[in-house]
Design a protein around this ligand. Structure first.
Ligand SMILES: *Cc1c(COP(=O)(O)O)cnc(C)c1O
Length: 571
């Protein structure tokens, strides 16, 4: 029984391609995995009977190093047996007509009252599988299309079967993005076992679809069309076999020439939602005629509040760890104490940057920017007009910018953006000190969101589904300066919790110019004058960020909405 309900909460299997479980378990790449990890942490705190399912990734994602002004990708080495326990259960999936054996590793997330949420990570590296099949669960997001589909067969079909093998029978299957959608198809086939399986007649088929929908929930995460997993039918037929693809094609609305994981998830789920209110609107435009709800993301407050700020909350807001909405009471914390806690976090970040050879100072206004390096996130927007930026710095004092973020190894544009940031360091000198810290991960993320003075986010609207790093910053009293997109449409109160750049109606370079111009204006006319001339006014914005945004943009509220809306809505 969870505290939000008087009826027992449903048993939930939460499937995701990646999980940010801890800094040492490299089974994540970015925001999707972080959200998934935070969701399980909230389920553990709230006592929700949830389990997580993903792949093991013996080689993880890649490790980022910087050499000669470029991103260099190094291998990740980790030992699953240090953190996880291998179970005896084994299941099989069919790929290209071969039987692939799977085993599973287990770890648990312990909640604030000791409730445990198990996480199951599938592993194909076992004797009896071909050499190639043994590598299916090796690396996250790094293979070709065929490799990806093999992984998705393992995740969706293998994951569902392994839960059955260990005796966990979920009431709800929650597919966090389309990578696991095949689980719903597998469920549908099982539902038809007695009605002829693949050969079931139309009436039985449609009745089974209705039953599956009552058990499935789907979250869509990206407004970028290329972000939706699709496979050519020829490839899908080769891997899954003719029978599965014919079966898939019987679904209403699926007469397409491809295997589309998002549409599959959508068609077989009784409740579908986007990750912020704005993203819900954008998704309804992408999938016309379908009912798509919106549940705004959150972050795990305890995980993402730095130690000095957490100690301050402990002194003033006794129950904040268990009841995150109590962060509303931050409104009564004395401003000097918030400033002091932030100064400690800033020192920690400056030390981290300087350990990489930079010479940052805790006395300078510091802007933070960390995200996956890819073009729509526009890491160069702040550096678009160097003259103007240096001009602002000459008026208000030397500026510091701390950057981090990996680029997918095949995203050539993303890698070029990192090279540009590194190259511009010299040009900005001495007005702007720019540090790029390699290897963005959970630990560095926490140092950055808690240690900078403002958190910058410059996506090309409306391509940011939600974004969560700004929510982490808010918990640490760090206001955002962000394009009004994703969660910030709900989070910003101008000049009160941060500042918004209005997305323009222009496209391409014109939009970049217009957005950059607003960004400079806000820095020059609103943000720096407040910071430099009115420290108390600045500290009030910091406190508002905690009280207004920390108390709402957390996973306790989000998982509460999963229970009362998504899981209840599907059934
Ligand atoms: C929070 C986090 C993200 C996601 O943040 P966005 O705002 O969505 O970019 C990605 N990577 C790491 C390491 C994080 O901590």
């Amino acid at each position: 029984m969870n505290p939000l309900h008087t009826t027992p909460s449903p048993k939930v299997a939460y499937f995701c391609m990646e999980f940010g479980l801890s800094n040492d378990i490299p089974t994540y790449s970015g925001g999707l995995g972080m959200l998934a990890g935070d969701t399980l942490r909230a389920a553990a705190d709230l006592g929700v009977p949830m389990v997580g399912v993903a792949l093991l990734y013996r080689k993880g994602y890649f490790k980022q190093e910087i050499a000669e002004g470029k991103q260099v990708e190094a291998d990740v080495h980790w030992w699953p047996e240090q953190y996880l326990k291998c179970l005896d259960a084994r299941v099989e999936v069919e790929i290209e007509g071969r039987t692939v054996l799977l085993q599973v590793w287990r770890t648990v997330i312990e909640g604030i009252d000791g409730h445990e949420v198990p996480v199951y990570l599938l592993d194909s590296d076992i004797e009896g599988n071909s050499d190639e099949d043994r590598r299916i669960t090796d690396s996250l997001y790094l293979g070709d299309e065929r490799y990806r589909l093999m992984q998705e067969i393992v995740l969706g079909m293998g994951g569902r079967r392994i839960l059955a093998a260990i005796g966990f029978e979920p009431d709800i299957f929650h597919m966090n993005e389309g990578h696991s959608s095949l689980l719903a198809l597998d469920l549908l086939r099982d539902e038809l076992a007695e009605a002829g399986g693949f050969e079931a007649d139309e009436a039985a088929f449609l009745a089974a679809v209705d039953k599956v929908k009552k058990r499935c929930v789907f979250t869509t995460h990206t407004p970028v069309p290329a972000g939706h997993d699709r496979f050519p039918k020829s490839l899908a037929t080769k891997l899954l076999g003719e029978a599965w693809i014919t079966f898939y094609s019987r679904l209403p609305g699926l007469h397409t020439a491809e295997l589309n994981m998002s549409i599959l998830g959508l068609e077989l789920s009784g409740y579908v939602f986007g990750v912020a209110q704005r993203h819900g609107e954008v998704s309804r435009g992408m999938f016309p005629g379908r009912e798509i709800h919106a549940i705004t993301n959150g972050i795990h407050s305890v995980t993402w509040t730095g130690p000095s700020m957490a100690a301050l909350f402990d002194r003033h807001i006794p129950h904040w760890r268990r009841h995150n909405y109590a962060l509303r009471l931050a409104q009564s914390i004395p401003l000097e104490e918030i400033q002091a806690a932030h100064a400690v976090a800033k020192r920690t970040l400056i030390d981290e940057a300087n350990s990489h050879g930079y010479e940052l100072s805790e006395d300078l206004f510091t802007i933070g920017f960390a995200r996956r390096s890819t073009s729509y996130k526009r890491p160069l927007l702040l550096l678009r007009d160097i003259r103007r930026l240096c001009d602002i710095a000459s008026r208000w004092g030397t500026l510091q910018v701390v950057y981090a973020g990996k680029s997918h190894p095949r995203d050539h544009e993303g890698k070029r953006l990192i090279e540009s940031v590194l190259r511009l360091q010299q040009e900005l000198h001495p007005h702007v000190r720019l540090a790029f810290i390699p290897g963005y991960n959970m630990n560095l993320g926490l140092k950055m969101v808690s240690g900078v003075d403002i958190w910058l986010n410059t996506p090309m609207a409306p391509l940011e589904a939600s974004g969560t790093s700004g929510m982490k910053a808010a918990h640490n009293g760090v206001p955002s300066l962000s394009v009004r997109d994703g969660w910030w449409c709900e989070g910003y109160i101008e000049g009160y919790t941060g500042w918004a750049i209005d997305p323009t109606h222009h496209a391409g370079e014109e939009a970049n110019d217009a957005d950059a111009s607003q960004l400079y204006r806000l820095l020059d006319e609103e943000i720096l004058p407040l910071y430099r001339r009115d420290p108390k006014g600045w500290a009030e914005v910091m406190r508002n960020a905690i009280a207004i945004n920390g108390s709402y943009f957390n996973v306790e509220r989000m998982v509460g909405e999963y229970l009362t809306r998504a899981y209840a809505g599907a059934r």
